[in-house]
Design a protein around this ligand. Structure first.
Ligand code: MN
Length: 225
């Protein structure tokens, strides 16, 4: 192999519940509008819209427990509490059974969003990248291997509940999301999928502690400096 012009950065990894080995992160996909009430609060029609996807770079990952600066270029940083699916196998145009077998584990996640930039992008019909894929925008708890039974998802800001829903309230199930995404790209081990947020998204301010809790998983907590 040819020498490199500079050394590669280390692979982004996440802690795994109950294991010393870590999960290597490849790509981060996110589903827009996967809970009916949140779709309505963002001005959409939950019946009309198939799942759509956007991405964050792998190095946007922030592990639970960290303090991050208030991001630049926004005055309206929002929390979005989400179940995150960790993919453990390759798959292209998969059926439901194959989609289910590709699931390696799950984590609690917070899809941090520069809501003001997202609103500007929507109004100008521009991409969402700078609203969604900025540095330190993907807060993640440890990945728990295995299946995910139905559970309550909550977002707490300074211990006050801001978002609360059941995972079974999702419009598109996890296998349905994997099936749809695998028709757009070939999935591979290390890919993560943020599965969408329920109603109640709102601002985070300097000094806030934001905790995403999903029953059975370790939380994803971040402090805004
Ligand atoms: Mn989201």
């Amino acid at each position: 192999m040819a020498a490199l012009v500079f050394p590669t950065l280390p692979t982004v990894t996440l802690a795994v519940t109950g294991r010393r080995e870590r999960f290597p992160v490849r790509r981060i996909f996110c589903v827009g509008r996967n809970y009916a009430e949140h779709t309505r609060e963002m001005g959409g029609d939950p019946q009309a819209e198939p799942p759509f996807f956007f991405t964050k770079p792998a190095d946007a990952v922030v592990e639970s427990g960290r303090t991050i600066p208030y991001p630049p270029a926004t005055t309206d940083l929002h929390h979005e509490a989400e179940l995150v699916v960790a993919i453990g196998a390759r798959g292209t145009m998969v059926c439901e059974d194959e989609a289910t077998r590709m699931i390696w584990g799950h984590a609690a996640g917070n899809d941090l969003t520069r809501r003001d930039l997202q609103a500007e992008a929507k109004a100008a019909r521009r991409p969402w990248d700078m609203a969604k894929g900025f540095d330190k925008s993907a807060v993640l708890g440890p990945i728990r291997p295995g299946p995910m039974p139905d559970a309550v998802l909550r977002c707490l800001v300074n211990d006050a509940i801001r978002q609360e829903a059941r995972l079974s309230d999702m419009i598109w199930s996890v296998p349905a999301i994997i099936m749809a995404l695998s028709r757009l790209v070939s999935l591979a081990p290390g890919d993560l999928i943020f599965t969408g947020t329920p109603a109640g998204v709102g601002p985070l301010n300097p000094g806030d502690i934001c905790k995403v809790e999903i029953e059975g998983l370790q939380p994803a907590t971040v402090t805004i400096a």
